[in-house]
Design a protein around this ligand. Sequence first.
Ligand code: ADP
Ligand code: MG
Length: 482
Amino acid sequence: MNIYDKYEAVIGLEIHTQLSTKSKAYSSDSTEYGVLPNTNISAISLGHPGTLPKSNKKVIEYAVRLGLACKSDIREVNEYARKNYFYADLPKGYQITQDKTPICTGGFLMIKLNDGSEKKINITRIHMEEDAGKSIHDIDPFDTLIDLNRAGVALLEIVSEPDIRSGEEAYQYVTEARKLVRYLEICDGNMEEGSMRCDANVSVRLKGAKEFGKRTETKNMNSIRNVQRAIEYEIKRQIDIIENGGEISQDTMGFDAVAGTTYLMRSKEMANDYRYFPEPDLQPVIVTKEYIEKVKQSLPPLPNELFKKYTSLGLSEYDAGVLTDSKEIALYFEKIIAKTKNAKSASNWLTVQIKSFLNDSALHISDFKISPERIADLVNFIDSGKVSHTIATQKIFPMMLEDLSKSPAEIAAENNWIQESDSGALTEFVKEAIAKYPEKVIEYKNGKTNLLGLFMGEVMKLSKGKADPKVATELVKEMLEK
Ligand code: ADP
Ligand code: MG
């Protein structure tokens, strides 16, 4: 037996989401990204003595949105706490956070695994806090540069229960969390730019053991894939240590994405004692039931609800997944199916033709000019049997992209693409086609049924490509089998 198979990994994630509020958590400083260093700052975010922080109402609203979406309990009396530590990019010498009274407790995210199964990952807590500034070590060869624009920007920290068992599950969990904050429009979810950051607590234990093993915490993964890679490496590293008679120490690790390995950042001996105490400068924020109800009314449709809706419309889980991956795609789809009953065809148009057009032209769905109502017209037009699917994809759709003013019906009529499904006219073509090959008719009757294609080709030629293939096939068969 492989030594690695004897063990089970236990993983809990802490995800920091940087909120997309216009101003910071406790001051009116702007949060605009990419501006000159140290321009979005004020006496408050610099922590000058005598200044008073003020809580940003939007942060409360965003926390309540996320808590509702995760089915958490939302706290009424929210106190803030000071978490004290010294660091050059933390000018106040402490971070304002929540300690004993996180705004959300409990709740969960459902994840989908590659084998098609679902798993519930419980959430311990979600609390409000502020970000620190940035220390930049790679611009000046001698000095560390400090940019305090980020100091005081609002964060929500989502702490999971140690319910995750593999790198893959962690990957799916972070993917779900990112999708959710994007749907809720509370965070752009961009891990590369650091607006979503994830710390992975990893331990291993023998399968069947009750107690958890000692854990390490790995930081600095700048993509969801790297969260998975870091965890998989860390699991293997810990098992190797234990198998060699060693012990795991509760260290903080970093992840080197190029080497694919974790490395020691801080050992437990250097762990901080944060000396939390209640923040004296901020009043507790009261979140009433009425307020929660109001926020609930304003929640957008959530990805897992839409996923269920789409599978119940008969779409495959794969298609429902593609449609709900991004909120913009899902909302576009919602507008198509408001105007057509054929969800399957609507889904195909969106996930195949429209997506490949967008990919080929490097556009985003928000840049797509054809309205969802027009796409619904096209779906309905094909279903009416007036044009073939081939004509629609190869001719009509490209023309709709060229000329937004015309409906699919107008384009088809102007170009003479309306297909012949009137069986009176079709019968004549079919008769003519059959009369042309009397000896083939005999062969067909003797069992060479693949000759059907020959007759169909003739009908298509005679009708100048306008015969409705479904109706024509039926007619040809009927006449041949007479
Ligand atoms: P800290 O504040 O020291 O980071 P927490 O109790 O807040 O500790 O836990 C942080 C994260 O670590 C949580 O996501 C939790 O699920 C996870 N965790 C706790 N114990 C273990 C363990 N033995 N193995 C893996 N993850 C763990
Ligand atoms: Mg922690």
